[in-house]
Write a protein that binds this ligand. Structure first.
Ligand SMILES: [Zn+2]
Length: 148
């Protein structure tokens, strides 16, 4: 059986890849409940010039078509924004694992109210990575979360 930490490590590796590419260090992955990887990805706003390519979106698209999402788990290094929370709700993803909700708080409480199982890890390394990025790149960060 795969642990939450093992699932989160895949998302964290995606965040590192994104950072190495000069992008926003947020990673995500979609798994089945029993730990089979369906898709993984990272925020590609900078790399692709695409404001809609969030980490969760990238992982979701990489997973291709699934008959049902009820038994899938979206693992993300950062609390999912409203856009990605909408994706989770729209497709009925059953569970979300959040690596860090200290640097940013998206729609995770709303998801929990709508029956999604939400697990918050608050991994110190992820919080430190995101905090440093927000500190060093405030303009890029505000652009990513739609703040002016
Ligand atoms: Zn998002």
């Amino acid at each position: 059986m795969t642990t939450d930490a093992e699932l989160l490590a895949v998302a964290a590796e995606e965040a590192r890849i994104g950072a190495e590419e000069g992008g926003i260090p947020i990673g995500a992955a979609l798994f089945t409940r029993d730990g089979r990887l369906l898709g993984r990805g990272h925020n590609r706003r900078v790399q692709d010039g695409d404001a809609s390519m969030h980490a969760e979106t990238n992982a979701f698209r990489a997973a291709g078509r699934q008959r049902s999402y009820r038994d899938t788990v979206m693992v993300t290094t950062l609390s999912p924004c409203w856009y990605c929370s909408g994706l989770v709700k729209q497709f009925g993803i059953g569970r979300v694992i959040v690596g860090d909700d200290q640097s940013f708080l998206g729609g995770q409480h709303w998801l929990a109210e709508h029956g999604v199982e939400v697990t918050v890890v608050n991994d110190p390394a992820l919080i430190a990575t995101m905090g440093a990025f927000i500190h060093d790149h405030p303009d890029l960060w505000n652009e990513d979360i739609g703040e002016e």
